[in-house]
Structures are given as C-alpha cells and as structure tokens.
Write a new protein. Structure first.
Lengths: 451, 227
C-alpha cells in the first residue's frame, strides 16, 4: 500500500463533498425519520404529561439521565484523545483527529438536550441560565445541575473551536474547488484563509493553546457530571471515586465510539488508503488500557462498599450483584471487561472486525453502567417501605433510539460538507504508508520518529 | 421566631390512615386513580409505613407515619438549581411550586422519599373536586410537591394572632394530620417554645429522629414503641 500523493488526497477527501450517491439519501432519510419520531415522542410527553414515561416514585431518574451521562461520556472521544495525540505528537493521529473531534461536538449537543428533555417543565429551562431578571433571582450556584450547565457550555464552546480551527485550511481548499453558492459559503467559513506563513503560524499557535486548554476542561466536565450523583446522600452514589471513575468510563466509551465511526467511514467513504488497520490496532490498545482501568475502578468501588458493609449501601450492592439487576450487571462486566480484554489483548483478534465487536460491546456495557448507577440506588434508598423499581416506557425507548439516529444523521451530514479527514494535516505529515506507521507500543529513540 | 416541628408517638399510632386522608383533603392533593397509583404516581405527603416483624402467626405489625421531616440540614435544598426548595426563617422546608422546573433532583437527594412529582395536571375522582381548599394552590404538571406542615394554617393563625396583638398559644395551631389523628399520635408545635407539648415530647428519652445518622437534622421526633 503506497501513500497517496497530494492530488490524490484532495480528490479522495473532497469526493464526498462534490458527489452524492443514492446511498447517501438512504443513510440520511432513515435516521432523519427516527429523529422525527423521537421529536414527536418528546412533544407528546410535553403535551400529555410526564406520566407517559416510566419514571415513578421513588425512581425519578431513568433512561433520560442515563442517556445524558452516556452521551456526555461519548463526547470524551474526540477532543481529549485528539488533544493528547496532538500534544505527544503521535504521527499516526493525522487521519483520526477530525473524526474524533466531530464525535465530541455532536455527542455533546445530543447529551446536552437530555437535561431539558427530562425536565418536568422544559419550557422553563432558561431558569438555569444566569440571565439578568427584574426579580433578581439567580440560579442556585450550590446545585451540581448548575455546575453542569457551565461545564457543558464551556466544553461545547472549546470543542467547537478545537474542531473548527484545523478545518479552516480545508475550507479554503473546498472554496477554491467549489462554484456558485457553495463557493461563497466555504469562502465565509474559510475566514479569508490564504495560506500565508503568518496565517499558518497563528493557526499552529491557536491549536497548541486549544489542545492544552481542552484537556482540563474535558476532565472537569465528566467529573462534574459525576457530582450530580456523588453530591447526593444516596447509597452507592456518595463516593469519592466517582470523579475519576466517570472520566475513565467516558474516555473508554469515547474510544469505542471513535473506532466504530472510523470503521463506518472507512467502508462508506472508501478511505482504506487513509485509515489503516494499524490505526485500529493503536486505538484498540488504548481501548484495552481503558478496559483495565475501568475494571480497576469497578473492583475498587465494589470492594470498598462490600468491606464497609453499611446496610443501606449493601442493599443496593446485592441488588446489582445477585438480585434483580444482576443480569444487567454481569452483562456489563462481560461487555466492558471480558470482551475487550480478550479481543484487544490477543494480537490475533486486534483486527478491524475485532475492534468493531469490542466497541459495540463497550458501548452497550457503558450505557448499562450508567443505568446501573442511577436506577438501583434510587429504587433502594434507606427506608424499605419506599423501595421501588422502574420500567421504561415506549416514549423513553424511542427517544433513546432517536439520539443514536441523531448521531448517525449529524455525522453523515457533516461528512457531506466537510472533509472528514484533515487534508492539510495529512499533507503536512507526509502521510506515511501503513507499514511505516509505528505501532503505538513500539519504542523509538527521540528524534528518530519522522512524523 | 418559631421553629415548627412535630412529634410522632409510635405507641399511640394505630395505623388508621386518618392523617393521610386529612392531608389529601387539606392540601388539594390530586388523586391519580388506581392504575396510576400502581405505577408509582400516588402522592401521599404523609404515609403510614407498615413493617411486619416475625413470622405468621406470631407476626407483629408496626406503623410509622412518615412525612417531610423539614430537616434543618436538608439535602433537597442545595441541589435545587432554581431555589424552588429552600428553607424559611421559621424552620420550614418550603417548596415554591412556581419556581420549580421539575429536575426531580430534590426527590433523589431526599433520604426519606417524601417528595412527589406531578406526572399529570391535577384531577379528582368525583365528587372530591367539590371539597378543594381555597387556601392551597394547585400544582401543575411537572413540579415537585411535598408536606408543607400546612403552611397555609400556620400563616393564617400567625396573622390572626398578630391582628389581635397576642402570642400564638401552643395547640391553637394544628396541621391537618395532627388534627385528624384520633389517638393523638401526631403533635405539632413550636420547638423554640420549651413549654410546648411538641418540645416536651421531643425531649423524651424514647425519642429519636429518622435516619438521624445521615446528619440531616430532621425536625420530626419519633417516640419509640414500648407496648
């Protein structure tokens, strides 16, 4: 496999922007219909009352908050991974970064909808904003939900910038190739990019700043999401481990989402010459590391609870460990730990197919993890008389499915208007052929690596 | 400034449920119907918890009326993003319905599970709609509601006493549940008045607070069973 010359890069990566096959319309129409169904479901929930959902006393948070945490977790795919790979100057990152950053932005947008979807009176959601009002009422800054609002907005702004900056030179290429209205739109988006040394210098500086700034923001976002739980005196919620546990889980599910997106792009946009098996192998190793880290956190959380033997906590503990939630719990352990350990730990299985299977497993497992944190605890809170269970209703399932469709839809539309692989970064890195890309674990003396 | 609290004598409670009915009537708590009640949508600001001990036929049944404990260190208050759940100066844990946007975070944070979400707009089985209390506002769909210690009664009694330029007498003011309790198991009053009946009962060596070790500083004292 030889590496494509610059002209070829432009041709390959601008092709989706300039040509549209019927398959694209199918790929857009199906998720769009699903998203529309989700929207109708939500509107009917607003119209007929929250009663059509499965939420009940005492389990007042269910699928919606699970989805919220899940999607905010997925958003750690991009920005964090791509920022770290940029900072350590890993040469193989070049075809991967943009697919990852796009996931971040869209997953955040989807995740940020859930706090509004789950509100009893969503039309008053703006009361969470610190807007000047004549009644001089501010949001309660002691509430973790208000911290969420600020954390997510900061992260969304940061990751939008982080996504947009490296697209500017590519917008300029698209502008120069396009005609008519498209040319004008790409022209505006390219912000007058001419490729002068000064412009390049500024772009590099801005990206360097963003790559450093976005890492603490990403870590803080999921820590704050974990505070939604760990700040409340609920059995199995109030634990100091939740911050790092949630961040690790978020990166874990993020890598899985990235691997799936890469596999889909490689197939649908014919990017075999850019996304090599070695990219999947490198990210697969990262997935393995995160699976081990996740396993460590779960073991730690469970063992400390078990050893502490506090009655209220033990009630929830046994519910998940061997009572009604046990099937879900052990599915989670298999999906999140056993499966990635086998598939990513054994070199023979660390193929693209192996990565896809492991990633689907991890996504299922991580979704279950959030569900198992929220529901069993709320259903078994201290007074046995008020124990309860939760059964999701169609409206919640449809909205959940619709968010996955929304992700596919947004991703498909985005890859239609923006080159999904950073063209200038490929050229700048003199994109090497697959056999020259070093596996992530191979050692190189400093200075020998040509990136 | 009074500090409202309650004492519950478990020795006296027969589990009759009059408090629950009185509370529904006084506070315009909508009935949701059998089907929705089975789906966990019933709203009982006060409930009588039943705990069985031992095996049949030697089983004994114990009752515990549980309502909002009006904690002095309430976990529901800091988590509310809009200050809908907040503390009043006279020690009540107040819920401002109009300010509530329905995150339901307060209900999750509450260890006693005494906060209730309005899943639908209020409705009543006929003819209950004819006995609504004009002093209590209705709650629309999507907000949280809970025991207020009958704040409307507290306000009207306080205002009446102030108009007559006198102090409120102990026992002059009762919540609906304590008024309805036939065995006088529920006693409501001012904890800042050391002579009041509720203060006297709260000091009883039989007294304890519900889930006291969580540090919520509840204002309802439970007097344990001796019989």
């Amino acid at each position: 496999m030889s590496h494509p010359p610059h002209q070829q890069i432009n041709r390959d990566l601008l092709r989706p922007l300039l040509q549209t096959s019927w398959r694209f319309y199918v790929l857009v129409a199906l998720p769009a219909a699903m998203v529309l169904t989700g929207l109708i479901s939500w509107l009917s929930q607003v119209t007929f009352g929250f009663g059509i959902s499965g939420i009940r006393w005492p389990v007042y948070w269910g699928f919606y908050v699970t989805n919220f945490v899940f999607w905010i977790g997925i958003s750690h795919a991009g920005t964090l991974i791509s920022a770290i790979l940029r900072l350590v100057n890993a040469g193989w990152r070049r075809p991967v970064t943009r697919c990852a950053e796009v996931i971040t932005v869209f997953a955040l947008m989807i995740g940020a909808m859930f706090p509004i979807i789950h509100l009893g009176r969503p039309w008053l959601a703006f009361w969470l904003f610190p807007y000047p009002s004549e009644r001089l009422i501010w949001p309660n800054f002691r509430s973790p939900l208000v911290w969420d609002f600020f954390a997510i907005n900061t992260y969304l702004t940061g990751s939008l910038l982080f996504l947009y900056l490296p697209i500017i030179p590519d917008f300029a290429v698209a502008r120069d190739r396009a005609t008519g209205l498209r040319r004008r739109i790409y022209g505006v988006l390219a912000l007058g990019w001419r490729g002068t040394p000064k412009q390049w210098h500024r772009l590099e500086t801005a990206m360097q700043i963003m790559a450093i700034a976005i890492i603490p923001v990403a870590v803080s976002v999921h820590t704050i999401v974990s505070f939604d739980f760990s700040m409340a005196p609920v059995p199995m919620w109030q634990t100091t481990i939740f911050g790092p546990y949630f961040v690790a889980g978020a990166i874990f599910s993020g890598i899985a989402a990235l691997l799936l997106a890469m596999a889909a792009l490689r197939r649908l946009l014919h990017l075999q010459a850019y996304l090599h098996p070695v990219h999947f192998e490198n990210l697969g190793k990262l997935l393995l590391v995160m699976a081990l880290l996740w396993g460590y956190f779960v073991f730690n959380e469970r063992l400390v609870t078990y050893y502490g033997n506090e009655p209220a906590e033990m009630t929830v503990f046994w519910q998940t460990q061997r009572e009604s939630y046990a099937p879900l719990y052990w599915t989670m352990v298999v999906c999140n730990f056993v499966l990635p350990l086998i598939l990513m730990g054994i070199r023979r299985f660390r193929t693209i197919t192996g990565c896809i299977i492991a990633s689907i497993g991890v996504l299922i497992g991580m979704w279950l993890e959030r569900f198992l944190i929220i529901v069993p605890s709320l259903g078994h809170k201290y007074l046995p008389y008020s124990f309860g269970t939760y059964r999701p209703q169609p409206v919640e399932m449809i909205i959940t499915a619709a968010t996955f469709a929304a992700m596919i839809l947004l991703y498909a539309l985005f890859s239609k208007v923006v080159p999904i692989i950073s063209m200038w970064e490929l050229k700048a890195g003199d994109h090497p052929p697959a056999d020259l890309i070093p596996p992530a674990t191979e050692e190189h003396p400093i200075g020998e690596l040509r990136l | 400034m009074p500090n409202w609290g309650m004492a519950v004598d478990l020795d006296r409670c027969t589990g009759c449920g009059a408090c629950v009915t009185a509370c529904h009537a006084e506070n315009n708590i909508s009935t949701v119907g059998a089907e929705q009640a089975a789906r966990g949508r019933a709203k009982h600001w006060i409930r009588v918890e039943r705990y069985w001990e031992g095996e049949f036929p030697e089983a004994t049944l114990k009752f515990r009326p549980v309502m909002c404990q009006h904690c002095d260190n309430a976990p529901c208050e800091p988590v509310c993003p809009t200050y809908a759940s907040h503390h009043t100066q006279d020690g009540l844990n107040a819920q401002v319905y109009n300010r509530c946007i329905g995150t339901r975070y307060c209900a999750n944070a509450c260890p006693y599970n005494v906060r209730f979400f309005d899943f639908f707009n209020p409705s009543w089985d006929k003819p209950l709609q004819l006995q609504l209390n004009p002093d209590v506002s209705l709650r629309e769909v999507g907000v949280m509601e809970k025991c207020t210690f009958c704040v409307q009664r507290i306000k009207s009694a306080t205002i009446a006493a102030k108009a007559e330029e006198r102090e409120l007498k102990d026992g002059e003011l009762q919540t609906a549940c304590s008024q309805a309790c036939p065995s006088r198991a529920l006693v409501f009053g001012d904890l800042n008045d050391p002579e009041s009946e509720v203060s006297r009962l709260s000091r009883s060596p039989r007294g304890s607070k519900l889930l006291e070790d969580l540090g919520t500083k509840p204002k309802v004292a439970y007097l344990s069973r001796e019989a």
